[in-house]
Design a protein around this ligand. Structure first.
Ligand SMILES: Cc1ncc(COP(=O)(O)O)c(C=O)c1O
Length: 354
């Protein structure tokens, strides 16, 4: 993704995106990344309206949009984009003369239907009018093959100038001969590759099922995913209020008390507080079991506290109908509010805030 820095003027340009590319794209180049707002009401699909809104909001603020960056399969959603969405993006890019960069780093980690479609196929079949000079694909062996340490990435572009630039830039990150030899053998072994990808999909599906069904038992849902090494977990019901601050409070509790490293939705520019990405493919079954039981215990504990608070609140209601208690009644009401119980000194939320 670093190749992007070569054709961006930080002061005036922006990319609109569905993912947190801040580190890869912004830190060195200073380019702005403006999120395309997606919502749970349609499973966070990228709609044309959302792309137009992001584009128009940027341009009306005097920011020149240079491109659209997406991840397909999506990180953090763990879902694949359908043909219609990809065709819409390619058409939008062509109409507005902006680049479309598709990060397909999880393309080999699709474990269930719908089948994965690359933007490369879409511009052949579904959007033949798209300007190919504007379409670029990024890939790396880090995820599908578990080889992040190899630092091998691929830029697949239809634009000769981009390829020429990427070729020059690659001089600064050449892949060692030993690595090349190893990878040429591995990737050239068709029988091994088919077996590896089949087995990887089988294990990812099993892990995904273990995680999502384990959470379902305690009433926690996840977005229906079919790809990637993670799930998009819905903890909206556990937020103190529907704000990014409340999401971060809950995240701190999960880090400090539950001792699990999950990623809050805000770090992906998700505008709907309460979603968390949980990576569950990078551990053995035993560790997964421990992590899952910790989340479940935490959720149960929270549910019990909430139920208790609600019982108190109900009693408080009866009490408060006797208006003459005046100051006493309001004191009681404060104590009996659901938030009072959640924010008792024993509450993890208090510890998180301290
Ligand atoms: C969508 C996406 N693109 C790119 C990367 C970077 O991968 P690499 O290890 O090849 O630099 C990541 C890693 O987290 C990712 O999730």
């Amino acid at each position: 993704m670093h190749a992007t820095s070569c054709f961006i003027r930080p002061d005036v340009c922006a990319f609109i995106s569905d993912h947190r590319f801040d580190r890869d794209c912004c830190w060195r180049s200073g380019v702005k990344l403006l999120p395309i707002e997606c919502h749970s009401s349609n499973d966070f699909r990228i709609t044309r309206e959302a792309v137009v809104a992001a584009y128009e909001s940027a341009t009306s603020n005097g920011v020149r949009v240079k491109g659209i960056l997406i991840t397909n399969p999506s990180n953090p959603l763990g879902t694949t984009a359908d043909r219609a969405t990809l065709a819409m993006l390619a058409t939008f890019a062509t109409e507005h003369r902006v680049h479309l960069i598709c990060d397909e780093i999880y393309a080999g980690s699709v474990f269930a239907k719908p089948e994965y479609v690359s933007i490369a196929e879409v511009i052949e079949r579904d959007a033949p009018g798209a300007d190919r000079d504007l379409i670029h694909i990024a890939y790396s062996l880090s995820k599908d093959f578990g080889l992040p340490g190899f630092r091998v990435g691929i830029v697949y572009s239809y634009n000769d100038a981009v390829v020429a630039c990427a070729r020059k830039m690659s001089s600064f990150g050449l892949v060692s001969s030993q690595t090349q030899l190893f990878l040429a053998k591995m990737l050239g072994d068709e029988e091994f590759m088919a077996r590896f990808l089949r087995e990887s999909a089988r294990r990812l599906a099993a892990r995904h099922e273990m995680f999502t069904s384990g959470l379902r038992e305690v009433g926690i849902g996840c977005l229906g995913g079919n790809a990637g090494l993670f799930s998009w977990m819905d903890l909206r019901g556990m937020l103190r209020e529907k704000t990014a601050e409340a999401e971060l409070e809950l995240w701190r509790v999960i880090i400090r008390k539950v001792k699990l490293n999950v990623s809050p939705g805000t770090s992906f520019h998700c505008g709907e507080p309460g979603w968390f990405r949980v990576c569950h493919a990078n551990m053995d079954d035993e560790t997964m079991g421990v992590a899952l039981s910790r989340i479940r215990d935490f959720v149960r504990q929270h549910q019990q506290q909430k139920a208790k608070a609600q019982r108190w609140a109900a009693r408080g209601h009866l009490h408060l109908s006797l208006q003459r208690h005046g100051a006493m009644a309001s004191q009681y009401h404060a104590l009996s509010s659901p938030m009072a119980a959640l924010l008792s000194p024993q509450s993890p939320l208090v510890h998180a805030a301290s």
